[in-house]
Unconditional design. Structure first.
Length: 395
């Protein structure tokens, strides 16, 4: 794994926008605009290196499924902050019927510098983004700048194949809706959902489009409906389950949740059991089940334990996103009183530093198999909303 500096292509911004990346710039607190898509540098990998990482990703995915089974079987929901009995029942039923419910994709965030084993930082298997840039502009950049090279990137083909494989699990005779929140100001959620809708259409599925805010409730029929009062039988939503089960329509969601079929029910994708994989408490369960595994960092939910004096630790809100609420604590630093939001306490493993750039690998899984890589860089120790996306090649 090496970082190389390279001159950006002339007109790069227009190029990536035409390829679906309509958010190539990030606005900073000083009101300046700086590249989010950053092709002033790229990362190079060897083929054996990528093949080894693919094996790690698929092993981690299998371990996460085993951890989810443990949470359900041993009723460990409270460790994840899931205490509502109706939500517990919904997740349990979803997990037990998982072979009957469509489940598409997820993204592992890994710490890796090319010299030691990759370490799992977290797993977002409910609402992962940075998909568009990983699947499309990154590939076209490689074809233009390094013709004949390769890339860890079979995302598009695997997404289309996954929809084909899971089509029989969808309710027949109605479209699969694709929904995002209209509160998304950047367009990232919009384009992620639009891209996934395109892959579903290429797989031959009938689709439709709606925002979460447009989804209505038909009180007489007891069904979710679109803005033309048509029954929504299945819906891919880029909308976290912790919101879906707590917002205004939560009661209706739980009443009509399709965990295997039924008149008036709605099938949501991703399924409810994905709540188990996108919760940071999963990291603690993994460490409990696989202590000292070379691809894991020590993690606990009841406090930092010995990490406070040995390696230091990172406090991560169980449901945090884009680094929000994450705090880093060096070994021996004063203990900070626990806040109102429950956290997972993970061993401190500073991100690798490439010429002042802190790097995280985003390794994609589609239908349970390794599918691609996206790389984000940040100037600080936490990968946050100001992180940049950089392309990569296999040479």
């Amino acid at each position: 794994m090496r970082r190389h500096v390279i001159a950006p292509r002339p007109g790069w911004q227009r190029t990536v926008e035409e390829q679906g990346l309509i958010y190539p710039l990030t606005r900073y607190p000083d009101d300046s605009l700086r590249p989010y898509w950053d092709e002033s540098a790229y990362y190079e990998f060897s083929l054996p290196e990528v093949e080894a990482l693919e094996e790690v990703v698929e092993e981690l995915h299998a371990m996460c499924l085993a951890a989810a089974a443990h949470i359900v079987d041993d009723n460990r929901f409270a460790d994840l902050g899931i205490t509502d009995p109706r939500v517990v029942r919904a997740v349990t039923e979803s997990w037990r019927r998982r072979d009957e419910l469509p489940s598409l994709y997820g993204r592992f965030d890994l710490r890796y510098d090319g010299t030691g084993p990759a370490k799992l930082l977290e797993y977002n298997a409910d609402t992962p983004t940075s998909l568009v840039e990983a699947a499309s502009p990154q590939w076209f950049w490689m074809e233009e700048r390094f013709p004949g090279a390769d890339q860890w990137n079979s995302l598009h083909e695997r997404l289309v194949d996954a929809w084909k494989k899971q089509a029989p699990l969808l309710p027949p005779g109605s479209p699969l809706y694709f929904a995002h929140s209209s509160a998304d100001e950047l367009g990232e959620d919009l384009m992620t959902v639009g891209y996934l809708k395109e892959t579903a259409e290429q797989a031959g599925l009938p689709t439709d489009w709606i925002s979460m805010e447009e989804i209505g409730w038909d009180h007489l029929a007891g069904r979710f409906v679109d803005n033309q009062l048509r029954f929504i039988r299945s819906c891919f939503k880029l909308y976290p389950w912790e919101w879906l089960t707590t917002d205004e329509f939560a009661e209706h969601v739980l009443d009509t949740l399709d965990n295997g079929g039924g008149t008036g029910s709605t099938l949501w994708i991703e399924p409810a059991w994905k709540m188990l994989l996108s919760n940071k408490a999963l990291l603690a369960v993994l460490w409990e089940l696989y202590p000292d595994h070379p691809n894991l960092l020590a993690a606990y939910v009841d406090g930092p334990r010995d990490l406070a004096t040995t390696t230091g630790y990172v406090a991560k809100p169980l449901l945090g996103r884009e680094g929000e609420g994450v705090t880093l604590h060096e070994p021996g630093s004063p203990l900070v009183a626990a806040g109102e939001e429950p956290c997972c306490y993970q061993e401190l493993a500073p991100l690798p530093d490439f010429d002042g750039n802190r790097t995280v690998l985003g390794a994609w899984v589609v239908d349970g198999e390794s599918a691609g890589l996206g790389i984000r860089e940040s100037a600080g120790p936490v990968t946050d909303e100001y992180a940049r996306f950089l392309p990569h090649v296999i040479l």
